[in-house]
Design a protein around this ligand. Structure first.
Ligand code: FES
Length: 197
């Protein structure tokens, strides 16, 4: 797939501005409009759901969108990635995601609605740094010769797998949070809402 303005193939990551992603409530669509809002309306817009088009997100790629001021990662996991996740349960602190860090519909082996698509808040559950994607595997990752791909928090070294599950004996106490979300068709996700209006 070719690189364009929505997917940065070099870094496999791109912050897609809320307005560009077409927030459901038209967040920040026009400055004068926002300026004329009442405070309560502004607060509502800041927490509004965000609609994201993932049609250009190829297998193995990741994009980042902003929701409620937080980075939310969307990753299109390959079959190899999914297979690797299934083999490391004994290395994870909460492999079955039994703690309350995800909605019920994401309380499964892949922590997702569709197995290949992960939607997770990209904020470390230790002290709030943003982990870095480390999708290269093995020695090439610079983490561990057996590294299967995942995320590394640069602040205190917590590591997470490709479902945002934290490894054992790391500073982060919990898996990454899965936000409420739902699909509008095959290639559109709404983040911040999980029921059809
Ligand atoms: S903030 Fe991530 S390990 Fe401390």
């Amino acid at each position: 797939m070719s690189c364009d303005e929505t997917v940065d193939c070099g870094r496999r990551r791109l912050l897609v501005a809320t307005a560009a992603a077409g927030g459901v409530a038209g967040v920040a669509a026009a400055v004068p409009f926002v300026a004329s809002m009442l405070p309560s309306e502004r607060a509502k817009a800041a927490g509004a759901p965000v609609e994201v088009d993932i049609s250009k997100l190829a297998p193995g790629q990741m994009m980042t969108v902003e929701w409620r001021g937080k980075p939310v990662w969307i990753i299109n996991r390959t079959k190899e990635m999914l297979d690797s996740m299934a083999k490391i349960s004994d290395q994870l602190a909460d492999p079955k995601s039994e703690k309350n860090m995800q909605p019920e519909y994401a309380k499964n082996a892949t922590r997702s609605i569709k197995p290949e698509i992960l939607v997770a808040v990209g904020i470390c559950t230790h002290l709030g740094c943003s982990p870095t994607d480390k999708f290269k595997t093995g020695a090439e990752s610079g983490i561990d010769p057996n590294w299967p791909g995942g995320f590394l928090c640069p602040c205190h070294g917590s590591t997470f797998d490709l479902a945002g599950r934290v490894y054992k004996s790391k500073p982060a106490p919990d898996n990454l949070e899965i936000p409420p979300h739902m699909y509008l068709g095959d290639a559109k996700i709404v983040i911040g809402e999980d029921k059809k209006a």
